[in-house]
Design a protein around this ligand. Structure first.
Ligand SMILES: NC(=O)c1ccc[n+]([C@@H]2O[C@H](COP(=O)([O-])OP(=O)(O)OC[C@H]3O[C@@H](n4cnc5c(N)ncnc54)[C@H](OP(=O)(O)O)[C@@H]3O)[C@@H](O)[C@H]2O)c1
Length: 227
C-alpha cells in the first residue's frame, strides 16, 4: 500500500488536534503545524513550527516537509482565530488579526503547497464556518474573514482545476472546542456540536469517491445557529 501524506494547520488544539488523530488512525503520515506545538507522540506524526501569518514560517515548514516527500494527498486548512465584538468596539488590530490568520494564512499555505500537489489526487479541505455564509451580530471580523476565505478557495479551485485538485470546504456551526474559552458571552455548550460530530462529517468527505469534491458542506446542531 502506498503512503498517504497529509498536512494539518492548527494541529495543536480543537478540531485540528481531532483531525490529526483521526488521520493517524487512517494510516496517514501527518505533518501538523502550529505555533504552540502539538502534543502527539506517534511514529507517523511530524510536529512542525508554523505561524500561518508569516510567509517565511510557512516556507520553512514546507522545506521541512520537502525533506520527506514530494507530494501531499491531503491539505487541511484549519488554523483560525475567533473573537467577538461589536463593529463600533472592534479595533482595527483585532479585525486585521482575523484577516491575517483566517485569509492571508490560508493564502500562504495554498501558495507554498503548489509544489506538493499531486495531479488528480490532492484534496484540499478547508475549515470555514457557517459564519462564511451569513452575518451574525458581534462577529463582523470573523465573518468578514471567513467570507474572504471562501473567495480565496473558490478562485484557487478554478486555477487548479486543470491539475485535478479537489477542494472541499466545511462550514460548521458552533462546535465545543477551546476556541470558545476566550469568549466572555455565556453560550450554551449543550447547543454546540461535539468534535466527534465534526469528525463524522470529515470522515465522509475524506473517504468520498476519488472524483468527488464538496464545495460547501454546511452542518449545525439541531437547535439551530448560536447567536
Ligand atoms: N469551534 C467552532 O465552533 C468552529 C465553528 C466553525 C468553524 N471553526 C473553525 O475551525 C478551525 C479550528 O478551530 P477550533 O475550534 O479547533 O479552535 P482552537 O481550538 O482555538 O484551535 C485553533 C488552532 O488554530 C491554530 N492557529 C491559530 N493561529 C495560528 C497561526 N497564526 N499559525 C498557526 N496556527 C494557528 C492554533 O494553534 P497555535 O495557537 O498553537 O498556533 C490552534 O491549533 C478554525 O478555522 C475555526 O474558525 C470552528
Amino acid at each position: 500500500m502506498s503512503k498517504k501524506y497529509a498536512l494539518v494547520t492548527g494541529s495543536s488544539s480543537g478540531l485540528g488536534l481531532e483531525i490529526t488523530q483521526y488521520l493517524l488512525e487512517e494510516n496517514y503520515i501527518v505533518y501538523g503545524g502550529s505555533r504552540r506545538g502539538t502534543d502527539i507522540s506517534h511514529p507517523n506524526f511530524i510536529d512542525l513550527e508554523l505561524d500561518v501569518t508569516d510567509e517565511e514560517s510557512v516556507a520553512n515548514m514546507f522545506d521541512e516537509i520537502g525533506k520527506d516527500t514530494f507530494g501531499l494527498n491531503l491539505i487541511v486548512n484549519n488554523a483560525g482565530i475567533f473573537e467577538m465584538g461589536s463593529v463600533n468596539e472592534t479595533d482595527s488590530e483585532m479585525f486585521n488579526d482575523h484577516l491575517q490568520t483566517n485569509v492571508l494564512g490560508c493564502f500562504h499555505i495554498l501558495k507554498h503547497s503548489y509544489d506538493f500537489l499531486i495531479e488528480n489526487k490532492t484534496h484540499v479541505i478547508s475549515i470555514s464556518s457557517i459564519a462564511s455564509k451569513r452575518g451574525f451580530p458581534n462577529v463582523a471580523a470573523y465573518c468578514a474573514s471567513k467570507f474572504g476565505l471562501n473567495g480565496l478557495i473558490e478562485s484557487t479551485r478554478e486555477e487548479w482545476k486543470s491539475l485535478g485538485i479537489k477542494f472541499s470546504t466545511l462550514m460548521p456551526g458552533a462546535i465545543d472546542t477551546p476556541i470558545w474559552e476566550s469568549i466572555s458571552d455565556d453560550f450554551e455548550r449543550s447547543k454546540m456540536l461535539d468534535p466527534e460530530d465534526f469528525i463524522h462529517v470529515f470522515d465522509m468527505v475524506v473517504k468520498a469517491p476519488i472524483d468527488m469534491q464538496f464545495p460547501e458542506v454546511r452542518f449545525l446542531h439541531r437547535s439551530g445557529a448560536i447567536e
